[in-house]
Design a protein around this ligand. Structure first.
Ligand code: MRU
Length: 367
């Protein structure tokens, strides 16, 4: 998407400089910083410390991490060690393991001298495929918004609530939850987006709001606790969120707080959609609540907030008393029964095993 007049992806290979470039998202919305990452340690740090984040983007970043490492050392041992080091950075988003597995599957059978070239080509393929996948999610999601606009909101904006950032910054481009919104605006459908701030790291406040601003999409930033109230008062026509891991039975694991939004949506008959690339489906998992590992992050993300200080600098402030420990589960699971539909690159599926298998019949034999 565009930043100013320039079209950006969230990660790219600058072939001339032989560098992998990323937008360092820790500084948004206050500063737009593009940085290089080069060593395996830098790739691991960028994912763990959330210079890049969002399930599809961490997969794409890991793919380029493997490619860079293959340049340095294309041995089997180096490939396995890089897979391990990158895999352990964040445990919940399945796209990370998916991208690492794709890379290893392509590279392992090749002779060492062919690996670096093939790795860069495969990482580029993963990125390009992500862009096309997300574009298609937008094409399918647009039809849902179009229908709501025509049947429930003629002449008025469709109010869409979203949680966290499942925007272009969380993917290589377009975003998942935001792709239908960008497509709706392009199609001339009026929308208004309620952006949950998404404590503790505030991806909604800092990233989704920034995206909406850049693209001129009408939006309001709300505190995480406001969603239920707005739904009770008819001010939310639909919810669209992303997911870090979707089970074969249609449960979705997304940023902490998503489950509460789904409960409120269910109680108020508000359609609750989840937008996802199929690389987010973990076909080996059925029961999301019991089987998906939930990342526990540093207490400091709860006890401190990051933003622009009154002196104009960017930094963090402590908001809790000295000595109060924080608890910081980063994701929660929304059971499939609370999900109206799964918007994928192949179409919209019912959130169930059968619904997913109808769209992905090649998985039937494994199911
Ligand atoms: O901790 P984050 O910022 O990586 O979490 C991101 C989310 O939860 C997104 O909603 C999810 O990755 C889907 S992104 C298209």
């Amino acid at each position: 998407m565009k930043v100013g007049d320039t079209h950006y992806r969230s990660i790219w290979f600058d072939a001339e400089a032989d560098r992998i470039k990323i937008i360092d998202q820790r500084w948004l919305p206050h500063e737009f910083r593009v940085v290089d990452i080069d060593t395996l340690d830098e790739f691991a740090t960028a994912i763990r410390d959330m210079w890049v984040r969002g399930a599809p983007l961490i997969g794409a970043t890991a793919a380029y991490g493997i490619a860079k490492e293959m340049r340095r050392n294309p041995s089997d041992a180096a490939l396995d060690a890089a897979w391990e080091q990158l895999h352990e950075t964040r445990p919940t988003a399945i796209n990370l393991r998916w991208a690492l597995d794709e890379m290893r599957q392509v590279l392992a059978p090749l002779p060492e001298e062919a690996r670096a070239g093939a790795a860069f080509a495969e990482a580029a393929k993963i990125c390009d495929a992500d862009v096309e996948t997300n574009r298609m999610i937008g094409v399918h999601g647009l039809e849902i918004i179009r229908k709501i606009a025509a049947t429930k909101k003629p002449g008025q904006p469709v109010n869409i609530l979203t949680h966290c950032n499942a925007g272009w910054l969380a993917t290589v481009d377009w975003g998942t939850a935001t792709s239908p919104m960008y497509h709706a605006v392009e199609a001339g459908i009026e929308i208004q987006v309620w952006v949950d701030e998404t404590r503790p790291r505030n991806q909604g406040a800092q990233l989704t709001s920034w995206e909406m601003n850049r693209h001129g999409i009408p939006h309001h930033l709300i505190v995480d606790n406001a969603g239920g109230h707005l739904m009770q008062h008819g001010q939310v026509d639909m919810v669209i969120v992303g997911t870090d891991r979707t089970t074969a039975s249609g449960d979705v694991c997304n940023k902490i707080g998503t489950y509460l939004k789904a409960l409120a949506a269910h109680d108020n008959d508000v359609p609750f959609y989840v937008a996802l690339p199929s690389s987010t489906i973990d076909w080996t998992v059925n029961d999301g609540v019991r089987e998906i590992p939930i990342e526990e992050r540093d207490d400091r993300e709860v006890t401190h907030v990051f933003g622009r200080l009154e002196d104009g600098s960017v930094g963090s402030v402590q908001i809790s008393p000295d000595g109060t420990p924080g608890g910081n589960p980063a994701f929660d699971v929304t059971p499939s029964r609370l999900v109206t539909g799964l918007i994928t690159e192949r179409g919209v599926a019912e959130a169930s095993r059968e619904g997913l298998l109808e769209l992905f019949p090649e998985r039937r034999s494994a199911a």
